[in-house]
Design a protein. Structure first.
Length: 400
C-alpha cells in the first residue's frame, strides 16, 4: 500500500474538481472559522455563552493534577528539553494502550493539526488527489489546495443524516489517489461511520493501494451505538489528539496510529522539519491525562449527554423556526432556519445577545450554523435560554 507517491523536486498547479479547493499553490485562503471564533475575545457586547467551540468541558491544570497524588511534584521535575520526535516512550505506551497496538505504532504530533499537515504534505505529488468529506474541517481542503493536491470531495447530506455514501467515495478514487479521509464522529455534523462501513472502505482502499485515514478526534463520544476505533482494522491510519474528546486543547498534542514502519519513518522525517518535538510539559501532562482518561471521557460524556437532552427540548419547542440533524457522536451539531435564511446573519444576531455560534458558510453550508454543546459545560443551559428569548422575540417581531 502506498503512502504516498515518491518524492518529487517540483510541485505543479493542477485543475481541481471541487470549487472549495481552488487555491494557488502555497497560498492559504483566510481561515474563516477561526477568524469568526476569535471574536469571543473582543466582541462588544462581550460573549457570555460560547456555543461556537467544538471542544469539551475545559479542565484546569489544578483539576488535572488533582487526579493523581504527587502529580504536581513529579511535573516540577520534568526536564525542559527536547523530547523524542516520535514522542516520549511513556506517552506513546499510554496512547498505544487505548488502541491495543504496540507503542512503536504511535507517532506523536503537535496537535491533530500537525498530524494532518504531515499527511497532506507527504501526499503532495504532481497529479495527486485526495478524497475528503464535504462539509468537513475547513483546513483540510485549504491545505490540500495550497500544496497543489486535487480535492475530490464526497458529500454528506442532511437528508441522509450527514452519513457517508460509500459508493460516492469509491467513485472518487483512481490511480492517483493518495488517501481517502473519513472523520468519525464528524466535525461539524456529528455523523458516525459504522464499523461495517469502515471495514468495507478499508478493503476497497487496500485493494487499490490507497491509504485510508480515520480522523477520530471525537472518539469515543457517542450518543447511541458505541463504535470501536478504526485502529482495530489493519491498514487504517488513525489520527487523534487531546483537544476534542479529551478536552485538553491547551496541551497542543496529537498522534497518528500507524502500523507500517516505512510510513512512520516518513512521518518522523517530516516532523523533524516541522516542529522536531512537543513541549516536554505537554507530553508529561498528556501521559497523566491518559492514566485517568476514564474520568476525562466520563465528564465529557456526562456534560454532552445532559446538554444534548436540552437541545432535544429546545429544537422541539422551536420546530417552526429551526431544524437540526441530531448528532450520533461528538460534541457539535448542525442546525438551520426553516425559512432557509442565511445562517451567518442568525449568528450575528445571536452574538448581539451574547451567544457565540459558528456560521455554516465556514463549512460551505451558508444556510446552516454549528452549535457546540459541551465546551460551555454547565453554562450551556443559560446560552440556550438566551437563544430561546431571542427566537421568541423574533417571532413576535421585536428582534431584528
Amino acid at each position: 500500500m502506498k503512502l504516498y507517491h515518491g518524492w518529487s523536486k517540483e510541485r505543479q498547479i493542477i485543475s481541481y474538481s471541487s470549487p472549495i479547493a481552488r487555491e494557488s499553490v502555497m497560498q492559504l485562503r483566510p481561515f474563516a472559522l477561526d477568524h469568526w471564533l476569535e471574536q469571543k475575545f473582543t466582541a462588544d457586547p462581550p460573549i457570555e455563552f460560547d456555543l461556537g467551540a467544538s471542544t469539551g468541558p475545559v479542565w484546569t491544570l489544578r483539576e488535572l493534577l488533582a487526579l493523581e497524588e504527587g502529580a504536581g511534584e513529579r511535573l516540577i521535575e520534568t526536564a525542559l528539553s527536547y523530547t523524542s520526535s516520535t514522542g516520549t516512550e511513556e506517552l506513546r505506551a499510554a496512547i498505544a494502550g487505548m488502541y491495543g497496538v504496540p507503542p512503536e505504532a504511535v507517532h506523536v504530533s503537535t496537535g491533530g493539526a500537525e498530524a494532518l499537515l504531515i499527511l497532506f504534505f507527504l501526499a503532495a505529488e504532481p497529479g495527486a488527489n485526495v478524497v475528503l468529506p464535504n462539509p468537513g474541517f475547513p483546513a483540510n481542503a485549504a491545505l490540500a489546495g495550497s500544496l497543489g493536491i486535487e480535492v475530490r470531495d464526497y458529500c454528506l447530506r442532511a437528508e441522509n443524516g450527514f452519513r457517508i455514501d460509500p459508493d460516492e467515495i469509491r467513485a472518487r478514487v483512481d490511480g492517483r489517489t493518495a488517501f481517502v479521509l473519513v472523520n468519525t464522529p464528524h466535525n461539524p455534523t456529528g455523523a458516525v461511520v459504522s464499523p461495517e462501513e469502515m471495514r468495507a472502505l478499508r478493503d476497497f482502499c487496500a485493494a487499490r493501494g490507497v491509504a485510508l485515514i480515520a480522523d477520530e478526534v471525537y472518539h469515543p463520544i457517542y450518543h447511541g451505538r458505541e463504535i470501536p476505533s478504526a485502529a482495530q482494522f489493519e491498514g487504517v491510519t488513525v489520527l487523534s489528539d487531546f483537544s476534542k474528546a479529551l478536552c485538553l486543547s491547551g496541551l497542543r498534542t496529537g498522534w497518528i496510529v500507524e502500523r507500517d514502519p516505512a510510513r512512520r519513518a516518513r512521518f518522523n522525517n517530516a516532523r523533524a522539519y516541522f516542529t522536531a518535538s512537543n513541549a516536554a510539559l505537554s507530553e508529561r501532562l498528556g501521559e497523566l491525562a491518559l492514566r485517568h482518561c476514564d474520568a476525562i471521557y466520563g465528564r465529557a460524556r456526562r456534560v454532552a449527554q445532559q446538554n444534548l437532552a436540552l437541545l432535544d427540548q429546545f429544537f422541539a419547542e422551536h420546530a417552526n423556526q429551526l431544524r437540526w440533524v441530531r448528532p450520533a457522536g461528538g460534541m457539535t451539531a448542525m442546525a438551520s432556519l426553516v425559512s432557509g435564511a442565511d445562517g451567518r446573519e442568525f449568528c450575528r444576531r445571536a452574538m448581539r445577545h451574547g451567544v457565540l455560534l459558528a456560521p455554516g458558510d465556514c463549512f460551505g453550508m451558508p444556510e446552516w450554523f454549528r452549535l457546540g454543546f459541551a465546551a460551555s459545560g454547565e453554562k450551556f443551559a443559560g446560552g440556550l435560554a438566551r437563544l430561546d428569548a431571542m427566537l421568541r422575540s423574533q417571532a413576535a417581531g421585536a428582534d431584528r
